[in-house]
Ligand binder design. Structure first.
Ligand SMILES: [Zn+2]
Ligand SMILES: [Zn+2]
Length: 260
């Protein structure tokens, strides 16, 4: 896939890319990827944590909570935050350093066109969805893999936003590797890659948020292509269904799809 376009095609995104290029020193910092992932994850969780904290005091939002009577206590929130910090410091940081070392070429001067960015992000999401579906199916079908490497993520039968990253080191590193595969294999523009990473983080949090809000992506995208929070919550409760993270087609094809 062509990562950038002729000057003129990418006018809409050029100011964004120029701004990023002007801060190349910051983006090239070894701490940038881990700080980006950590901050994006917490920012994605923040609105849902606020809804959790307000609970029935905000009835407009509370009526969309999948398990209205269940709420994470302060201890659970602290435990999840502590694991997210550990995972970022001990595993994601070294992994991103290794990734940086194997890829040092600077980005192109031109921004991608909007069409290139959207198609690149969609392809990266589809590839990540397939890789995670296969990884997830394997880690549920083989008891040793499930007990040693994936069961930690299932500690919360009713997930909430912070549990998106509540997982073993192996699972976190696998997720990082699978997310990095798409942009590398497809050769997308760095701006497309960053947009995909942001969307991937947000969709993972949205999957675990515990709310079925009317503006959730699975309600906006037609034909039931996306599963969303109700679909992934069913996986946390029944284990043997809904293995794909975002799209529903692989579960439908493998007959592991269960309607929430
Ligand atoms: Zn699972
Ligand atoms: Zn989950």
């Amino acid at each position: 896939m062509n990562g950038s376009c002729r000057r003129g095609d990418g006018l809409l995104l050029q100011p964004v890319w120029d701004m990023m290029e002007s801060r190349r020193d910051l983006l090239a910092s070894p701490f940038f990827p881990v700080a980006f992932s950590f901050t994006a994850n917490l920012l994605a969780c923040a609105p849902y944590l606020l809804l959790d904290a307000m609970g029935p005091r905000w009835p407009f939002f509370h009526r969309y909570k999948l398990k209205p009577r269940q709420a994470a206590d302060a201890g659970t929130v602290a435990r999840c935050l502590s694991r997210i910090c550990c995972n970022h410091g001990l595993f994601i940081f070294p992994a991103t350093l290794l990734g940086r070392a194997s890829r040092s070429e600077p980005g192109p001067p031109e921004a991608p066109s909007v069409a290139q960015l959207l198609s690149g992000v969609a392809l990266c999401l589809l590839l990540f969805d397939l890789l995670f579906f296969l990884w997830h199916l394997l880690h549920h079908r083989l008891p040793w893999l499930y007990l040693r490497l994936h069961s930690l993520h299932h500690l919360h039968g009713s997930p909430f936003s912070l549990t998106a990253q509540y997982a073993s080191a192996w699972e976190i590193l696998s997720l990082q590797l699978m997310a990095a595969c798409g942009p590398r294999l497809l050769g997308v523009h760095p701006l497309t890659e960053m947009t995909f990473f942001l969307l991937n983080i947000w969709l993972a949090v949205e999957d675990h948020c515990g709310y079925d809000l009317p503006w959730a992506p699975h309600r906006l995208v037609p034909f039931g292509l996306l599963g969303g929070a109700p679909y992934h919550q069913l996986h946390h409760q029944r284990f043997k269904c809904n293995y794909a993270p975002y799209f529903t087609h692989w579960d439908k094809l493998f007959r592991t799809y269960r309607k929430p």
